[in-house]
Design a protein around this ligand. Structure first.
Ligand code: VGL
Ligand code: ZN
Length: 212
């Protein structure tokens, strides 16, 4: 038996309805997350969550560069989309969605705290310069397999999944538990294709519950 963990990516108010960087249907990830937490809880699987957790002057914010939100530029030498201010540390927008069953979460991992670089992946910043505590925690708990869902498909879910695969985890993605920003409407389907091509297995919640 492999040790498994459910990883909930950035299911925060700012990515949901009314939030600063609201993703279409972002809220609909919550029911899927709660269903998966119940499923995993019943089997003794760990549940962890990542939080996008930016200082108010984060370099990924368009406001810091006097450019329009969603414009493209460079940050620390890397291609960067400049976002509306979002997930500012300790703000209401950075809190987990109120309907998420938070009591079932064993550990929370913050990312995006360094104002000089963005961090889509829950494991590394975008330059792969610094690691979060997530990989160490998973290894300490003997976890080798992940089930991933959350926000946003085309950014934080995608890069979290690609890093997890590179780190050697077996990765399952619950696709209907994810929603994307979709600056281009093809971004989410392409992100799922990239995850699958890199070795992730894609399931709907119903597929997962039927086959596992
Ligand atoms: C995210 C854009 C900026 C995400 C975070 O959670 O996917 N996207 N910061
Ligand atoms: Zn962010």
């Amino acid at each position: 038996m492999t040790q498994r963990a459910l990883l909930l990516v950035d299911i925060q108010n700012d990515f949901c309805a009314g939030g600063a960087l609201a993703v279409a249907e972002g809220d609909s990830t919550v029911d899927v997350a709660n269903a998966m937490m119940a499923w995993c809880g019943a089997r003794g699987d760990a549940v962890v969550a990542s939080l996008d957790w930016h200082p108010a002057d984060h370099g990924s914010f368009a406001s810091q560069h006097s450019v329009p939100p969603f414009s493209q530029g460079k940050l620390d030498g890397l291609e960067q989309t400049f976002w509306p201010d979002h997930c500012v540390q300790n703000s209401a927008g950075a809190e987990l969605h109120p309907l998420l069953r938070q009591q079932a979460i064993d550990a929370v991992f913050h990312k995006g705290e360094n104002p000089l670089i963005d961090s889509y992946s829950a494991f590394f910043d975008n330059g792969h310069r610094q690691k979060t505590a997530l990989d160490g925690w998973l290894r300490q708990h003997g976890i080798t397999e992940l089930i991933v869902l959350g926000l946003a498909t085309d950014y934080c879910v995608k890069f979290t999944v690609l890093d997890a695969l590179q780190l050697g985890y077996q990765v399952n993605v619950i696709t209907d538990g994810c929603r994307g920003v979709n600056l281009d409407p093809q971004d989410s389907p392409q992100a799922f294709m990239a995850m699958a091509a890199a070795g992730a297995t894609l399931y709907t919640l119903a597929d997962w519950q039927e086959t596992q």
